[in-house]
Design a protein around this ligand. Structure first.
Ligand code: NI
Ligand code: MN
Length: 246
């Protein structure tokens, strides 16, 4: 599995011949090293919630790719305005639901966070639409590490249920604070999740989201055995394979 962090909560995952982009905020993302057109060949788009730094360029990506998109029902209704049809390229689900997307099993899990839908009306007229959920995703692909992307969330105790139910080996966790967990909260989350690889996200994007990722790495690895915090620069490739278990 090849994982590239694209800044904020955006990730590009390549595995089993599929390209998956999560929270494609690309064009106005100060940390993203890619151009949107480099993602036009993605197969799967996952959107954790409607905030601009997550829903981002999803509409433009849908219109320039053949990808399917999984999101909450409200964002799905919003996307139907652009002609996308449920069951063809739109895969709405709610927390607790699992969808097979072209051979990739994607589960939608809870997150604690407010949201609204920042669609084209936001970029054009600074209008947003109310009421989308905020969720996380668990991605399960045969013979590949199970990936948990927490979305934007506060620390919550049922992360231990996510660990029990899905056994994630890779966890992408927000650490920037203010709108999500900070490094102290994320350290607690690591204890519940027990994923082997932790990839911090949603930090150092702007002056409101600041975290000392190096200290987070040191603190987490000192406290928990067999956990690696993977500090990657935006665009850098991370190759992670399933650990051989006896
Ligand atoms: Ni948000
Ligand atoms: Mn956010």
């Amino acid at each position: 599995m090849k994982i590239r962090w694209l800044g904020q909560s955006a990730f590009l995952i390549e595995a089993a011949g599929k390209k998956i982009v999560i929270d494609p905020w690309i064009k106005n993302n100060p940390l993203c090293p890619l151009e949107l057109k480099e993602l036009f060949d993605v197969d799967i788009i996952l959107v954790t919630h409607g905030h601009f730094d997550h829903f981002g360029d999803a509409i433009e990506l849908m219109s320039n790719s053949r990808a399917g998109m999984m999101c909450d029902p409200e964002i799905s209704w919003y996307m139907s305005k652009y002609g996308y049809v449920r069951g063809e390229r739109l895969f709405p689900a709610a927390q607790g639901g699992t969808v097979d997307m072209y051979g990739v099993s994607v589960s939608m899990v809870p997150a604690i966070h407010p949201s609204a839908i920042y669609g084209d009306e936001w970029y054009g007229r600074r209008e947003w639409l109310p009421n989308s959920s905020a969720v996380g995703f668990v991605i399960t692909i045969d013979k590949e590490p199970v990936v948990y992307h927490a979305g934007d969330t506060a620390l919550f105790g049922d992360m231990s249920l996510i660990a029990k139910r899905y056994c994630p080996e890779v966890a992408m966790l927000p650490i920037g604070g203010r709108f999500t967990m900070d490094v102290v909260d994320a350290e607690e989350a690591v204890g519940m999740l027990r994923a082997k690889y932790i990839v911090p996200m949603h930090y150092n994007t702007n002056s409101e989201l600041v975290a000392d990722a190096e200290k987070f790495k040191t603190d987490v690895e000192r406290r928990y055995e067999n956990v690696d915090v993977m500090l990657v620069s935006p665009g850098e490739e991370l190759i992670l394979n399933r650990e051989e278990t006896v």
